[in-house]
Design a protein around this ligand. Structure first.
Ligand code: PHE
Length: 442
């Protein structure tokens, strides 16, 4: 068997993992969900959920990955026995499914970036988006994006994923910070912040807000499908895993939060509240470009920065998704990395074509694999680590982290709190499938 990849440095791992986590979910899903869920009420719930559910599951994934040094299928078999190997198989399929629609959205982002660069975004941003989001143009953008992802994956963990993340992630942080500063100068900043940061507590107890926060947190942190297991399988044996998990979760949450500091002023400045509540996609790809157009050249420049940031965020997440599928092929069948990357990436590229022909299909897949299956995966992980593997999990956690009381608390959360929260979330995620499935046939 070929030697396994390994990270060149700790910061390289952190940036790659943050790159996997920070994606379209942060810059698009978070602000949208917040706007639907009572602003700050949602934000507070989201933080609570990240802390008590997201962080324990993220830590569990890092612990499994580093302990087994295997991709998810072999890793779960090592942890819970052959009877749970199917969970690893499910993870790989979910990675496949998510990337098949994620790459389509990434393609839309790339297309709008190109249009902003060429100064070719028409006044009718709605009609424009309808034209570019479905059809040959969308297919080409999706396939080009997949080529880029395959290229990075086939170069390897250190020379591909790590190198790209080390360059792109600081760039992304800078772009987002610059956008937030720009947004603060808009006259809509006041009302935008007010809406974002003043809680409407009546929404706090709506099940939709609660489960929306949970599903959003899972998608945003890339949990429940083995991306974090895969990345941590390239870590050396020692080091403080809860510290790493905390840093990853904090960075991801910060980016989502700052993303809101960009989005809400823009939305209120241009009076786009209506467009935004119509749909999440509408907010990002129709309302924001429309607002920016009215700014002339300055708006064009901001548009380039905004869609560059989105594209970078999407690309590094797409890389982590393909790595899950590729590493499974490498570990299970002894394939070379480039063969695994090309075959898996090629299959996903094909599977993504329906999404490039129908935005409703993208919406449906997001709800199915991007929400329901991630939450299901997180639930299974918590049960496996909390019940089948808890003594070794504890020992692995305490390697490089000498806080037995926190380890006890972690196991307790995985056994008692996480499964209950995720089971409830799963129930609502499954119910939420109905409307999006119906949209397919309208
Ligand atoms: N976390 C990514 C985002 O926020 C999406 C993702 C989910 C990536 C699951 C990998 C695995 O966009």
């Amino acid at each position: 068997m070929a030697t396994r990849g390994a990270w060149g440095s700790n910061i390289g791992f952190i940036l790659a993992a943050v790159g996997g986590a920070v994606g379209l979910g942060n810059l698009w899903g978070f602000a949208y969900s917040a706007s639907q869920g009572g602003g700050a009420a949602f934000v507070v719930l989201y933080f609570v959920f990240v802390l008590f559910v997201g962080l324990p599951v993220l830590t569990a994934e890092l612990v499994i990955g580093r302990h087994t040094k295997r991709s998810p299928i072999a890793a779960l078999a090592a942890v819970g026995g052959d009877k749970v190997k199917w969970v690893g198989v499910l993870f790989v399929l979910v990675g496949f499914g998510i990337l098949s629609f994620y790459s389509v959205i990434m393609g839309w982002t790339g297309r709008l970036l190109l249009d902003f660069i060429r100064g070719a975004v028409p006044e009718q941003t709605g009609a424009h988006f309808a034209a570019i989001s479905e059809g040959p143009g969308a297919i080409v953008a999706h396939l080009l994006g997949m080529l880029l992802v395959i290229f990075v994956i086939s170069r390897g963990v250190q020379k591909g994923i790590e190198r790209v993340s080390v360059i792109l992630m600081p760039t992304l942080f800078f772009l987002i910070a610059a956008l937030a500063v720009w947004a603060s100068t808009l006259s809509g900043a006041g009302p935008g912040y007010a809406f974002y940061l003043q809680p409407d507590f009546s929404k706090l107890f709506e099940t939709q807000t609660i489960t929306g926060a949970a599903g959003q947190a899972f998608f945003s942190l890339s949990l429940g499908m083995g991306a974090m297991i895969t990345y941590s399988s390239y870590l050396p044996g020692k080091g403080n895993l809860p510290g790493k998990a905390g840093l990853i979760a904090l960075s991801d949450t910060m980016v989502a939060f700052v993303g809101g500091l960009v989005t809400f002023p823009v939305v209120f400045h241009f009076g786009l509240q209506e467009d935004v509540s119509a749909s999440a996609i509408g907010a990002l790809f129709i309302a924001v470009p429309r607002g920016l157009l009215s700014f002339g050249t300055a708006g064009q420049f901001v548009g380039i920065v905004f869609f560059s940031a989105l594209y970078i965020a999407a690309l590094t997440s797409a890389i982590s998704l393909l790595e899950v599928v590729s590493s499974a092929l490498i570990d299970s069948w002894g394939w070379t990395r480039s063969r695994a990357g090309w075959v898996a990436g090629g299959a996903i590229a094909l599977a993504g074509i329906p999404g490039a022909l129908s935005a409703d299909w993208v919406g449906f897949l997001f709800q199915l694999v991007g929400q329901a299956f991630l939450v299901f995966g997180g639930l299974l992980l918590a049960l496996i680590v909390g019940y089948l593997w808890k003594d070794q999990a504890r020992a692995e956690l305490l390697t490089g982290f000498d806080k037995p009381a926190l380890a006890t608390g972690w196991i307790w959360l995985l056994r008692r709190v996480v499964p209950v929260m995720l089971a409830v979330t799963l129930y609502f995620a499954v119910i939420g499938l109905g409307p999006v499935a119906r949209a397919l046939f309208e």
